[in-house]
Design a protein around this ligand. Structure first.
Ligand code: FES
Ligand code: FES
Length: 173
């Protein structure tokens, strides 16, 4: 395939130099050197080697890339790594603590809430963010607030069951 302005593209790319981005990822300092158009998702996967965060659509439509940024769930394919300089990121690799699975991870296993598992890291990070937000009062509201995380295997009912179990546990603490 040819482009309309190949020389212009080459020149434009050469004008950019990699930039340093300092993050805290899963409580550890991480320094990346990335070109300005590298997404946070690609920064985590391709530069930091944290491939637990999945790339589904790369266009903000599936939720597979969800991570926590300063405690809030975000789509890492829709934000540039350089825009997150100084941020605290949590990926699925940082959810278990000291070898102990997070209650949501346990609930996903108990409720058989995955088949291929591709959406699971995003589902779990999104569910943690959603529960932190404290907006969902009912199962229907949980479904609505998790609707940005698609599961192509059709495990949705079990995913919501797992999240509801943890939500109910938290309500009784
Ligand atoms: S990969 Fe980010 S929303 Fe699909
Ligand atoms: S478990 Fe396969 S996409 Fe959700």
């Amino acid at each position: 395939m040819t482009t309309d302005y190949p020389d212009m593209q080459a020149e434009t790319v050469e004008n950019f130099t990699p930039q340093k981005v300092t993050l805290t990822v899963n409580q550890k300092p991480v320094e990346l050197e990335v070109l300005p158009w590298v997404s946070l998702l690609d920064g985590l996967r391709d530069y930091a080697g944290l491939t637990g965060t999945k790339k589904g659509c790369d266009h903000g439509q599936c939720g597979a890339c969800t991570v926590l940024c300063d405690g809030e769930r975000i789509l890492s394919c829709l934000t540039l790594a350089v825009m997150n300089d100084g941020s605290e990121i949590t990926t699925i690799e940082g959810i278990a603590q000291e070898g102990e699975l997070h209650p949501l991870q346990k609930a996903f296993i108990e409720h058989d809430a995955f088949q291929c598992g591709y959406c699971t890291p995003g589902q779990i990070c999104s569910a943690i963010g959603m529960l932190n937000e404290g907006k969902a009062k009912s199962r229907e509201e949980v479904k609505e607030l998790m609707s940005g995380n698609l599961c192509r295997c059709g495990a949705n009912t079990n995913i919501i069951d797992a999240i509801m179990e943890v939500k109910n546990q938290l309500a009784h603490e």
